[in-house]
Design a protein around this ligand. Structure first.
Ligand code: FEO
Ligand code: CA
Ligand code: CA
Length: 634
């Protein structure tokens, strides 16, 4: 989701120390002030960029770079074709319930509940028959109610709230390759929509906890729905992990929020206004309902009758997503970050080992274990600090009655422990072969501004418009408590005047990395999310629309692979096992620069992908194939 600054919450006011130096831990140097920036951004990498594209020496990036674009279309390199597979409003394929998309947005809430939701985000492919047939699981992060309804929010009705709730959540599609083209299988016994009203179980220490009990659910064990599902990950046991990101924007609380509500960004008005017709989003009347969101949700995509589970042992946070791997002895390790200014990165290590037998055999694997928050030290090492009740400051005297309360208040616990306050952690991805974990820190324009934390080694730029990709490698197995870290790259455009906005990319310029995904060859794909009001102006003036790039982590070389339509964000990236099909999501084409679109002029910024004179822009999943059937990017 591209951030609207009017909504952006700076709720992290704790006083963890900031380091006020700029460092390049990979070189083990600590520098200060402008000399530091010159050293960081100067030298060979920058001169290579300034002279155009550096010579490509790696063999992994085997395609021609596409130029920046401001066109309202998708552009891919010569020899490739991108086609739309499933757009907002297309039926997912539930037997007997496949209502057609209506371009004037007149589909009902009930129809929307069996159609693709709005604003596709993370997605994952699960093979049913290798690389020819599989399930595609897609997050639908949020809604633009100016585009979603006839007349937008005027008037605002219960039916529109229900339609908005039905537009959120997750879709499961069955897809197959016929000839050289992918299609959605309709009907399919796997087809499913999970929405903001689907019953979801709470698992782990917060299940049944006093802080999770509500009038509608006195047991505190079953929540209606998931929403704000941004990024996602696939577990080694075959399930899907969806993050619940900006949940705070769905709840309205008192004019003066409690300290705990304020720390999670709740306000007296809810951006989505569901509270007007659904009382559980009124946090004054139902103060525990917000405790039931902000979790990682585990879904078994192969069983449409299964109940998704919110895994509370992973902590309550503005979870961008969650990414899993295994230790050598088979315990699960899940990393996640909070996409909010000055928030943290977390790691969970399970107590038990993964068992053979898929989702059912590992139904409680993520319910028992230890959660940590990351501290990045200026010497290029780091430490995982455990969020364990009774250890260190996490005691009843400090407001943490038990482990459940530590998890519900993971932000306060991280503050107490001294977790590093990052520049908005978005996607992570784990390279199990090399041991590197990568995380995009998309940007943080508040860094170093008046009253805000200053720079530190991991977040080295003031008014960070551009973002960076940080990576770390554990000291030992993935459950280690210490690690080494450095920056894979600092994003930017070398043509910018401000040193902090130039970056040190070896290759094509970009800003605001968000999606990160490794393909089977070890190429790191980077999806960008520059907010629409910042696109093509100021320090982004030469970068064009949002884009998808490929990076060879071994050389650091970056090449632009795809440019999206106007106002979109590039998100999600997943492949068939043979690497010959790539799926990517185009989110919010035509996003209004600030706020919602005008329902009277829904095509003002974009009309992609239909270009229907009576339609409106639609988020969509793209299929990308090489025309000769070869491996994508090779
Ligand atoms: Fe939904 Fe952090 O992007
Ligand atoms: Ca983003
Ligand atoms: Ca994102």
């Amino acid at each position: 989701m591209a951030k609207d600054f009017s909504l952006m919450e700076d709720s992290n006011r704790s006083s963890n120390p900031s380091i006020h130096e700029v460092s390049d831990p990979s070189r083990r140097t600590v520098l200060r002030g402008s000399a530091a920036l010159a050293a960081l951004f100067g030298g060979a990498a920058l001169s290579a960029c300034a002279g155009g594209r550096p010579p490509i020496t790696g063999a992994k990036l085997g395609f021609s770079s596409v130029p920046p674009s401001t066109a309202d279309r998708v552009v891919v390199p010569p020899g490739y074709t991108a086609t739309v597979l499933a757009a907002w409003g297309d039926p997912v394929g539930v037997e007997g319930a496949m209502p057609a998309w209506k371009p004037d947005a007149s589909n009902t809430a009930a129809e929307q509940a069996v159609q693709m939701g709005m604003h596709h985000d993370g997605l994952q492919y699960y093979p049913l028959d290798g690389s020819r047939r599989g399930l595609l699981v897609v997050n639908h992060e949020y809604t633009d109610d100016g585009l979603l309804h006839v007349g937008g929010m005027q008037p605002w009705t219960e039916e529109k709230v229900k339609k908005a709730q039905a537009s959120h959540g997750v879709a499961v599609l069955e897809i197959e390759l016929v000839g050289n083209a992918w299609r959605v299988v309709r009907p399919s016994r796997y087809a499913r929509r999970i929405t903001a009203t689907t019953p979801i179980a709470l698992g782990g220490p917060v299940a049944g906890h006093a802080l999770a009990k509500t009038a509608a659910d006195p047991a505190g064990r079953t929540v209606l729905g998931t929403f704000a599902n941004c990024a996602c990950g696939q577990t080694p046991w075959g399930t899907y992990l969806a993050g619940e990101e900006n949940f705070q924007d769905y709840f309205a609380t008192a004019d003066t929020p409690t300290a705990a509500e304020k720390r999670y960004g709740l306000k007296n008005k809810a951006w989505y206004r569901w509270d007007a017709f659904d009382a559980r989003f009124d946090a004054v009347r139902h103060p525990n309902e917000p405790h039931r969101f902000g979790w990682v949700v585990e879904i078994d995509p192969f069983d449409p009758a299964s109940t998704p589970v919110k895994r509370t042992a992973l902590g309550r946070a503005v979870h961008e997503g969650a990414w899993a791997t295994l230790t050598k002895d088979g315990r699960a390790v899940v990393v996640s970050g909070e996409d909010a200014v000055f928030e943290s990165i977390y790691k969970f290590v399970s107590r038990d080992r993964m068992q053979p037998g898929g989702a059912k055999a590992n139904a409680e694997l993520l319910d028992h274990g230890t959660l940590y928050v990351a501290r990045f030290d200026p010497d290029g090492t780091g430490r995982w600090l455990p969020l364990v009740h009774g250890q260190g400051p996490l005691t009843a005297a400090n407001g943490f009655a038990d482990q459940g309360e530590v998890l519900v208040k993971a932000r306060q616990a991280s503050d107490a422990l001294g977790g590093t306050k990052m520049d908005r952690p978005e996607w992570l991805t784990i390279d199990a072969k090399s041991g590197w974990t990568y995380c995009s820190l998309t940007n943080n324009t508040q860094r170093g501004q008046a009253g805000q934390p200053g720079t530190d080694a991991a977040n080295p730029r003031q008014r960070n418009e551009m973002g960076q990709i940080i990576r770390w490698r554990e000291h030992g197995d993935f459950d280690a408590e210490t690690f080494d870290w450095n920056h894979l790259l600092l994003a930017g455009d070398p043509a910018n005047e401000r040193p902090e906005a130039q970056g040190n990319i070896r290759g094509d310029a970009f800003s605001s990395p968000d999606t990160l995904a490794l393909d089977g060859r070890g190429v790191l794909w980077i999806g960008c999310d520059v907010s629409s009001y910042a696109l093509n102006v100021g320090e982004m003036a030469r970068l064009g629309n949002n884009q998808l790039l490929a990076c060879d982590p071994a050389t650091g070389e970056v090449r632009r692979f795809l440019t999206g339509p106007v106002g979109c964000e590039l998100t999600g990236a997943t492949w068939t096992p043979d690497g010959r099909t790539m799926f990517v999501d185009i989110q919010h084409p035509g996003e209004a620069p600030r706020g919602r679109n005008d329902p009277a002029n829904p095509r003002r910024y974009s009309n992609w992908p239909d270009f229907d004179p009576n339609g409106r822009p639609r988020a969509a999943t793209l299929v990308i194939r090489k025309n000769d059937g070869g491996v994508i990017g090779a």
